[in-house]
Design a protein around this ligand. Sequence first.
Ligand code: SF4
Length: 395
Amino acid sequence: MEMLGLYLSVPFCRSKCTYCNFSSGVFPASYHERYISCIESDLRSIGRHAGKWGVQLPQAVDSIYLGGGTPSLLSPALFRRLFTNLRREFAVLPTAEITVECAPGQIEPAVLEALGECGVSRISFGVQSFVDSEAKAIGRLHNRAVALEDIRRVQNAGIVDVSVDLIAGLPGQTLDTWYESLNVLAESGVDHASIYMLEVDDESRLGREMLVNGGRYRAKEVPGDDLIADLYTEAIVFLAGQGLTQYEISNFARPECESRHNLKYWRREPYLGFGLDAHSMVRTHSGAAMRFGTTGDFDAYLENPGWNEPHRLDREEEMEEAWFLGLRLNEGVSLGALRREFSASAVREFLSTITELEEENLVTFVDGDRVALTAKGRLLSNEVFGRFLAEPAVA
Ligand code: SF4
């Protein structure tokens, strides 16, 4: 039976990281209640919209993800209210994976207690670096001791599934300091890690500084692309040696500890997104994929919550998504499954592209059926994905 995932965007941060230009910001706590009320109104109205759009929503929810932003900044009372309303509107399975993103040093004891009561089963920590000078350079408010203490706190509170995010390419980072962070991550014993190569948004403070070749935010110390690629590649090997196997371009886990929610994105399983700049992918009664999203403008969302007009994907768009989402996974894309979902002739249209990419050592065949990125392909993934967008229309 197909299950539904729910994503809730909580765009509140205590400070703005220098590289970030997400739809998030530092808002007074007085906004929190109003914002959550908007999400709750969307929770109540989604069934009506789904009916109007001809969408078939799966009955049961097996994953919820509160991302942001820093959801742990919400008050315990708001967490309890939100989860009560989530369970009122959706059949949330008792075994559902429920993840909350947290910033180290920003989980009050009463919030941690509320998270446990609400059934939160997984915490994802935006650590980014266990080297204090690096965390400070990007505007993070924690240090290594605080991050390790918070990992221990949530696990002692019974939330044993913990993920840690690190970023390769922070200002001043070297291979030595990268290994320092990786070693601390390994020693922390977490079962899941996300490793991102730094992407500086041009509109972020760091991005603007880099564009004018300025020195604020240690902009001149951002490593070059080659070093960032090396750091990422080293991490894959190191984490594998620690039992954390790569399963997606940026994600690593011990067996059975992969993020159930995030896998839905790459496997094109249905999910609904609520709140600011949130995206949804569901299927119509006829099985077509439908995507819709919300505004990224905070004031506009508060004024007028709800969704933009949905877009029903045509077969060509669905096939393209099957490629560029599926290829993110180490398991790759099964040609047999694609033939069943689309048609043998539709898959045939892509065979020459696959052969070219194979010759360039960007993709490889696994078990004769699955096409997967190579190590080089993972570093050049956007280029690979782009090659699947220029194919002829699917019959
Ligand atoms: S990176 Fe995350 S915590 Fe930092 S400002 Fe952006 S949304 Fe907030």
